[in-house]
Ligand binder design. Structure first.
Ligand code: CP
Length: 315
């Protein structure tokens, strides 16, 4: 494929291939000298219309470690502030011949729309509540390293499911890999129709955590909530925040995940987040660089093949 816009179009074997390649980049990233040349001579533009710490910095590092020329477009100082549209911005950047465009946007579907207008490879770095494919892939790599497999696990995803592109991409990926999926959270934060996706749905967190291998916590995404939502943060933590007492209901070797940014004391107790025997949150960040290197490497290979065909001409 030319782009990575979501998990939907990836076959299980393609996911495995990407994770296997990412493993080689995990090893490279642990060396003192971290350079490879998979993107040598290529231009990568990071275009983030929404704030980011992990995704933007890891895409930047990933591109640089693979030898690309990386430009971080400063949207806050761009002509977007003068009213230029997403598509005009994309067409303007496209005219400068980037090879990879990494895009985050607050509107669901915006990145797919943009991908139709440009000649380069596009990676969705998170669009509204739709998809965040590289997050699901880095989560899969983290799970596979911790559990030795990415199949036949009971995975509990807890919290603000309704507004979460992370939950959506993870549900698609983990479902393709034949895991048992549980969604836990207040009814007001559970999207309609999730039971049809083959998930078990729980409002009672204690019930939902029983026997889980993986406990994936989600941030309350207030920026996507229109006004009223739930009880106070204090009450939310009491019912749906992960603390030692609730975690004890999961399997004794269950791992704790959170995509970040975290609200300590709201969806997760700080001591659980920092417990290196249970929490793999920092591993998720580490895997993020490796997975993004693998994703860009594979798309660059496809791009070279596609352009090679065009240069060779028909027949
Ligand atoms: N997990 C994630 O997407 O984090 P950022 O918003 O910091 O990129």
């Amino acid at each position: 494929a030319r782009h990575l816009l979501g998990i939907d179009h990836l076959a299980p074997q393609e996911i495995t291939t990407l994770l296997d390649l990412a493993e080689t980049y995990v090893e490279l990233n642990q060396r003192t000298v971290k350079h490879a040349d998979a993107l040598a001579g290529m231009t990568q533009i990071n275009l983030f219309f929404e704030n980011s710490t992990r995704t933007q910095s890891s895409f930047e590092l990933a591109g640089k470690r693979l030898g690309a020329d990386v430009m971080n477009m400063s949207v806050a100082h761009s002509s977007v502030k003068k009213g230029e549209t997403l598509i005009d911005t994309a067409l303007t950047l496209n005219a400068m011949h980037p090879d990879l465009l990494i895009v985050r946007h607050p509107n669901s579907g915006a990145v797919n729309l943009l991908a139709e207008k440009v000649n380069c490879a596009v990676i969705n770095a998170g669009d509204g509540r739709h998809e965040h494919p590289t997050q699901a892939l880095l989560d899969a790599l983290t799970i596979r390293r911790a559990k030795g497999r990415i199949q036949r696990l009971t995975v509990a995803i807890c919290g603000d499911i309704a507004h979460s592109r992370v939950a959506r991409s993870n549900l698609i990926l983990l479902g393709k890999m034949e895991n048992r999926l549980r969604l836990i959270g207040p009814r007001t934060l559970m999207p309609a129709g999730v039971a049809d996706l083959g998930c078990e749905v729980y409002e009672d967190m204690r019930e939902g955590l029983k026997g889980a291998d993986v406990v994936m916590m989600l941030r309350l995404q207030k920026e996507r909530m229109d006004g009223g939502f739930i009880p106070s943060e204090r009450e939310y933590f009491h019912r749906w925040g992960l603390d030692a007492e609730k975690l004890a209901l999961a399997k004794p070797d269950a791992i704790v995940m959170h995509p970040g940014p975290m609200n300590r004391g709201v969806e997760i107790d700080g001591t659980i987040a920092d417990d290196i025997n249970r929490s793999v949150i920092q591993d998720q960040v580490e895997m993020g660089v490796a997975v993004r290197m693998a994703a860009m490497d594979l798309l660059a290979r496809n791009l070279r093949t596609e352009r090679g065909r065009v240069l060779a001409g028909p027949g």
